[in-house]
Design a protein. Sequence first.
Length: 173
Amino acid sequence: MSLKISNRKIALLGILGAQALALSFMENLIPPLPGLPPGAKPGFSNIVTMYTAATMGLGEALYITAIKAIFAGLTRGATAFFMSFSGGLLSTFVMFGLMRLKKQPFGIAGIAVAAAIAHNLGQLLAATAITGTLSVLGYAPLLLFFAVITGLVTGTVLKIVMPALEKQSRFLT
C-alpha cells in the first residue's frame, strides 16, 4: 500500500513540476519590462512552489525549485541557472518558514510578497558573486517595489486557483 502512496506522490510532484515549467516558459515569452534588470519576471511559477510548500513540505518544494532552475539553465544558460537557483532556494526557505508559523499574521499574499523579496535578494547576491561588483545592488529598491507587486499578484492568484490544485492533489493522493 505504501508503494501506491509513494507512486501517487511522485506522480503529483511530476504534474506540479510540469505546471511550474509551463508557467516559467510562459513568463519567458513576456518581453523585458522597461527599467527593470534583465530577466525580471512576475514569478508565476512560484505559485506552484508555494502550493507545494504548503501542502507537501519543504523537500518537495525544493524539488520544484530545482526543476525550475534546471529548466532555466537548459533554456537560458548557466547564469540563468545560478540566478534562478539562488533566488529560488532563499524564496522557498522563507515561504516554508512563514507558512509554518503557528499564527499566520501575513496570509498567503504576505507570504508571497516575502518570498518574492527573498527571491530578488538571492538573485542580487548571485549577481554580485557573478559580476564581482556591488553595483548590481543599485537595482535593490526597484526590485523591492517589483517584488511587492508581483508577490501580491501571485498570492492572489494562488488563492484563486487553490481549489483546483487541491482537487488535483486529492485525485492523486
